[in-house]
Design a binder for this molecule. Structure first.
Ligand SMILES: Cc1cc2nc3c(=O)[nH]c(=O)nc-3n(C[C@H](O)[C@H](O)[C@H](O)COP(=O)(O)OP(=O)(O)OC[C@H]3O[C@@H](n4cnc5c(N)ncnc54)[C@H](O)[C@@H]3O)c2cc1C
Length: 411
C-alpha cells in the first residue's frame, strides 16, 4: 500500500516560539521547514542568555498568568497547554538541568551555557527531520497565498506552498538579532492590524545635570522600591549617565509609558529604605545631631552610600528638611522626573504587534486561514523574570496544536 507523504508545515522565524512549534509539529509527524532570515537561528535567545538565562519562573499558575496583564485569560490557557513545568521538563529532556533561584526565577544550572542548550535543541530538531533554511528571508505572499522566500546567498526568490504556516517573527528590539519588526508592512498589506511597537522592559531617561553625570556616572542603588503611581516594584536600580536601568524600572514600563503619554510631567518615586517602617525611619533620623553632616549621617546610620547625597542634591534637596518626619517622607518618596523611555532597539522586549482581534482561539489569522502567529510578534508584554520566554514557548506550543487541529479539520 502506498504511504501518504507527511504534510508540509512552514515555520517562518527561528526564535524560541518558532523552534518549539517546529519540534512539536515534527514530533507529531509533520514535515517541517523553518525559514530564518539570519545566518543562524536563535540569536535573541542567545542574547537573553548573556545576562543570566532566565527561562521561566516558579510562580504559581494564576499569579504567573496575571503577569500578562489584560491578556491573562488567554495566557492562562496557553500556560496550561505548555506550562513552566513543561518548559523545565523540555530542557531536562535536552540534557539541561534547571534550578529555581531565590527570586523564583528558573535558570539552567551553572555548568550549562545558553549555546549548549541551543546546540542540544538543534540536534533534537535535526533528529526529528526538521529542515532549517537559514539566510532565507520571507518577503510576503503570492497572489494565491504562497510564501515568497528570498534565498539571500543566491538572490533567488522561491515560492513555497505549505499546508499551514506559522509566523514567529519576533518583536522589534535588538534588530541586529533579526527581530526588526519589518514584517508589519507585509501583514498590513493584507489588512491585518498591528499595534505600533513600543519599548517594553527598558530604561528610563532622566535629564541629569552635567554635575550629576560626572559625579555619579553608573552606580547601583541596592534594595530599593520604585513606584509609578500606585504600582511599586522592589529590586536594584542602576543610576546611569542617561537615567535609570534595572528590574524595577523595567517592570514599571507599561505604567511609565501611560504616564508619559498624558503629556504631564512624569515622576518615579524612589523609596531608599523600603524595609524600614516610616516610624522606625523617623526615629533613626531624629537621632541626628543638629548641624552634623547629612552625607555622613545617611552613610553611617542608614547605610545610604555616596550616590544618595548627590541624588538628593540633584532633585533639589541640597539639605534634607530638619524635621525627622519630613526627611523620612522624602527618603521614602524621592521624586525623580522622567523625560522618556530609552529607544525601542535597546529594549529587552516590545509591546505592540499583531492585534488580538486578528487571531482566533488557535492563534490563526482570521483573514488568512492556515497562517498562524506566535511569540513576541503578538501584541502582549510581560515583565522580565522568565515571563517573556515562557510566553513565547507557550504561544508557540499552542499555535502548533492549532495547526494540527486545523490540518485535521481541512483534511
Ligand atoms: C538583552 C535581552 C535579554 C533577555 N533576557 C530574557 C530572559 O532572561 N528571560 C526571558 O524570558 N526573556 C528574555 N528576553 C526576551 C526573549 O529573548 C524574547 O522575548 C524572545 O526571544 C522572543 O522570541 P520569539 O521567538 O517570539 O522571537 P525572536 O527570538 O525575536 O525570533 C524571531 C526570529 O524571526 C526572524 N525573522 C524576522 N523577520 C524575518 C523574515 N522576514 N524572514 C525570516 N525570518 C525572520 C528573526 O531573524 C528571528 O530569528 C531577553 C531579550 C533581550 C533582548
Amino acid at each position: 500500500m502506498q504511504q501518504t507523504p507527511p504534510l508540509n508545515v512552514a515555520i517562518v522565524g527561528g526564535g524560541p516560539a518558532g523552534l518549539l512549534a517546529a519540534q512539536h509539529l515534527a514530533e507529531a509527524g509533520y514535515h517541517v521547514r523553518v525559514y530564518e532570515a539570519q545566518a543562524t537561528v536563535g540569536r535573541k535567545f542567545l542574547v537573553a542568555g548573556h545576562g543570566g538565562f532566565n527561562l521561566t519562573n516558579s510562580e504559581e499558575e494564576s499569579r504567573f498568568a496575571a503577569r500578562y496583564a489584560t491578556h491573562a485569560p488567554a495566557f492562562s490557557h496557553y500556560l496550561r497547554h505548555f506550562s513552566p513545568h513543561d518548559l523545565r521538563a523540555w530542557a531536562a529532556a535536552l540534557g539541561i538541568e534547571t534550578f529555581v533561584g531565590t527570586s523564583g526565577r528558573v535558570f539552567p544550572t551553572a555548568e550549562y551555557k545558553p549555546a549548549q542548550l541551543l546546540r542540544a535543541w538543534l540536534e533534537r530538531l535535526q533528529q526529528l527531520g526538521v529542515e532549517l533554511h537559514t539566510r532565507h528571508r520571507w518577503l510576503g505572499f503570492t497572489a494565491d497565498k504562497g510564501l515568497r522566500i528570498l534565498q539571500e546567498t543566491t538572490g533567488q526568490e522561491l515560492t513555497v506552498k505549505p499546508a499551514a504556516t506559522l509566523l514567529a517573527l519576533g518583536g522589534a528590539s535588538w534588530a541586529k538579532t533579526g527581530s526588526n519588526g519589518h514584517w508589519t508592512n507585509i501583514l498590513e498589506q493584507q489588512n491585518i492590524a498591528c499595534a505600533p511597537f513600543q519599548p517594553s522592559n527598558c530604561g528610563a531617561e532622566v535629564a541629569w545635570s552635567a554635575y550629576f553625570r560626572e559625579k555619579v556616572g553608573r552606580q547601583p542603588l541596592k534594595n530599593i522600591a520604585l513606584s509609578c503611581g500606585p504600582h511599586t516594584v522592589r529590586g536594584e536600580l542602576m543610576l546611569t549617565e542617561y537615567g535609570l536601568e534595572g528590574t524595577p524600572v523595567y517592570a514599571l514600563t507599561p505604567q511609565l509609558r501611560a504616564a508619559l503619554a498624558t503629556g504631564h510631567p512624569t515622576y518615579l518615586h524612589l523609596n531608599l529604605k523600603p524595609d524600614l517602617a516610616p516610624a522606625q525611619l523617623t526615629t533613626r533620623l531624629s537621632q541626628r545631631r543638629p548641624g552634623s553632616s547629612w552625607a555622613s549621617f545617611l552613610k553611617e546610620t542608614l547605610r545610604l552610600g555616596p550616590p544618595v547625597p548627590t541624588l538628593l542634591r540633584e532633585v533639589g534637596m541640597l539639605n534634607l528638611p530638619s524635621g525627622a518626619a519630613e526627611a523620612a517622607q522624602l527618603l521614602t518618596q524621592l521624586p525623580i522626573p522622567v523625560a522618556g523611555l530609552r529607544p525601542l532597539d535597546e529594549a529587552i522586549s516590545t509591546a505592540g504587534g499583531v492585534a488580538w482581534a486578528e487571531v482566533n482561539g488557535q492563534l490563526m489569522l482570521q483573514k488568512l486561514p492556515g497562517i498562524f502567529v506566535a511569540g513576541e510578534m503578538l501584541d502582549w508584554e510581560a515583565p522580565t523574570g522568565g515571563y517573556l520566554l515562557q510566553g513565547c514557548f507557550s504561544t508557540g506550543a499552542w499555535a502548533a496544536q492549532g495547526i494540527r487541529e486545523w490540518l485535521s479539520a481541512v483534511g
